[in-house]
Write a protein that binds this ligand. Structure first.
Ligand SMILES: C[S@@+](CC[C@H](N)C(=O)[O-])C[C@H]1O[C@@H](n2cnc3c(N)ncnc32)[C@H](O)[C@@H]1O
Length: 514
């Protein structure tokens, strides 16, 4: 909200404004078709935006608001503080009742984490156990929806739980295979089979089934090996029908990573060339170039080399060419007019200076908002979604006018200890822009050590591999010191070994000890 008093002498003149107009349709001094919100988004202007949110008198209680959002049987993440003990900021529960009376509260069924109640279990962090434990909580402590599905024990054991439910909790996705039964004051887990699945719990979407609406047909620009594309497809609403990249190896990898490569058409070449051909009507019928109307969503993990702090020559012609690829994203949006677009890049894309004289992010925002699109910018850290790596990225999410901007993804995992504030800078009004969020999460940060703890010890990682004769392997692992000793043994005369080398003084004490 920027409502503030201005003094009389600050008012210079009266201007006319066309609401929801466009320059060609109005004589007014200004036209307004988007509202800027404090969550760094530009959204299609609606009449109700004329009244500031803080001036709207809302008499509905938190419980009534909640009952409008959720049904009984929905699964939600709740803040357990003050209600029950927990090792996490948020806990998954099923709503079993909205109770209105002298005290209003929500009654929820607790869904416990299997690895917390079973010793030495191989259960993944997001495997839950169905219970009959009910608790009453404040409506304000229900944070958001989460997704829970039932799978059989054998599906869990055989790793047949499909993505995104098998991603250890990323996307707030959980699964259940057992229920908790208390016998003789002891906890027992009993398998939930097809016939005994609790009917009250409303399960999350089934990723093996098509969505209720047709898939959004996606164009994966700068598709690389397909990480971004596969992640977006796993959300259940998108299928990339087209992918473009100039690196043949990237296209081959993408091809190998698709569920069914026949459903994706590839353009192996520069996005610039694809765009020129598309703008000229693709007269030669080059394969892999969609027609306008073929694309509902554009994803662009555009190259970051021109922005990266690791590149000392950002202003070189190569650096500038690389930065300019961001303009292709705007041009592709302009040409194909998709319903949605999502762009990802490094945070330094938001900063000029440091070897870069252009503020590409501002230019991109102006361009896309100028086309009438809605847009939101946010920063997300890979570790906030369970990935054990430090990789912070800015995202530009775009929606056509009148469509809902997809909500910013919720963080499922906490920050590592000591994480500091980070953002994309400040706006002209001095307010911070694109800040890192610090919020309660259902999972804790996963370190690289924890994520790899189950892998076998590979000592110093030396394979003992002989490139010339790959079948030649040492009978036992040669440690680093032994390898150094072997390296100082001369090849001639034949039959040399370390002792002979040592005795012939072909080696110094320092070399021997090194
Ligand atoms: C950051 S990577 C994309 C990663 C990809 N989104 C993923 O998730 O795996 C950038 C990609 O852009 C490609 N690229 C660079 N310049 C290009 C151009 N002019 N046209 C098409 N692809 C280009 C590179 O080959 C590289 O695969």
């Amino acid at each position: 909200c920027t409502t503030s008093r201005v003094s009389e002498d600050e008012v210079l003149c009266k201007v006319s404004v066309a609401w929801n107009g466009s320059p060609t349709q109005t004589e007014a001094d200004f036209f307004i078709r988007q509202t800027y919100r404090s969550d760094n988004s530009f959204v299609t202007f609606k009449e109700e935006h004329k009244l500031c949110e803080h001036l709207v008198v809302d008499t509905t209680t938190p419980l009534q608001k909640l009952a409008k959002l959720y049904k009984i049987g929905d699964t939600v993440l709740v803040n357990p503080k003050g209600c029950f003990e927990s090792n996490f900021g948020l806990e998954p529960c099923e709503i079993v009742g909205f109770v209105q009376g002298r005290i209003n509260f929500v009654r929820v069924r607790r869904l416990l984490r299997r690895w917390e109640i079973e010793d030495d279990t191989p259960a993944r962090p997001n495997e839950l156990v169905y219970t009959d434990d009910m608790v009453n909580i404040d409506a304000d402590d229900v944070y958001r929806r989460c997704f829970v599905r039932f799978y059989s024990q054998s599906e869990v054991r055989n790793k047949e739980v499909p993505g995104p439910y098998c991603r250890d909790g990323t996307g707030d996705m959980f699964y259940i295979a057992t229920r908790l039964v208390r016998l003789d004051d002891k906890n027992h887990l009993r398998e939930i089979d097809q016939t005994s699945r609790p009917q009250s719990l409303i399960q999350g979407f089934d990723p093996t089934q098509p969505p209720p609406l047709p898939y959004l047909r996606g164009l994966d620009m700068f598709c690389g090996g397909g990480n971004f594309g596969r992640g977006l497809e796993e959300g259940g609403a998108i299928r990339f029908t087209h992918a473009v990249d100039m690196a043949p190896n990237a296209i081959a990898t993408y091809y190998a990573n698709t569920e069914d490569p026949k459903t994706t058409q590839f353009f192996c070449g520069s996005v610039d060339d694809m765009l020129i051909k598309a703008l000229n009507g693709n007269v030669k019928g080059t394969l892999g170039i969609p027609l306008p109307g073929d694309i509902d969503l554009v994803a662009a993990g555009s190259p970051c080399v021109g922005y990266s702090i690791l590149n000392p020559n950002k202003d070189s012609s190569q650096g500038l060419k690389n930065q300019s690829l961001i303009a292709d994203v705007a041009s592709i949006i302009d040409f194909y007019r998709p319903k949605y677009a999502l762009l990802e890049n490094v945070l330094t894309m938001a900063q000029k200076g440091k070897g870069r004289s252009h503020d590409s992010l501002s230019q991109l925002i102006c361009c896309i908002v100028g086309m009438g699109y809605q847009l939101q910018v946010y920063v997300m850290d890979a570790w906030s979604f369970g990935s054990p790596q430090g990789r912070s990225r800015l995202f530009v999410s775009v929606a056509a006018p009148g469509f809902e901007l997809p909500p910013r993804p919720h963080c499922s995992h906490s920050h590592p200890d000591g994480t500091s504030d980070r953002g994309l800078g400040t706006m002209a009004n001095g307010k911070p822009f694109g800040e890192r969020l610090f919020v309660d999460t259902p999972f804790n940060f996963v370190s690289a050590g924890e994520a790899t703890a189950h892998l076998p010890d590979i000592a110093d990682g030396h394979t003992g591999h002989c490139s010339q004769y790959p079948d030649h392997r040492p009978s036992k692992h040669a440690g680093e010191l032994l390898r150094r000793h072997m390296n100082i043994i001369p090849f001639s005369p034949p039959g040399m070994n370390f002792i002979k080398t040592w005795k012939n003084r072909n080696v110094t004490v320092w070399e021997a000890a090194a």
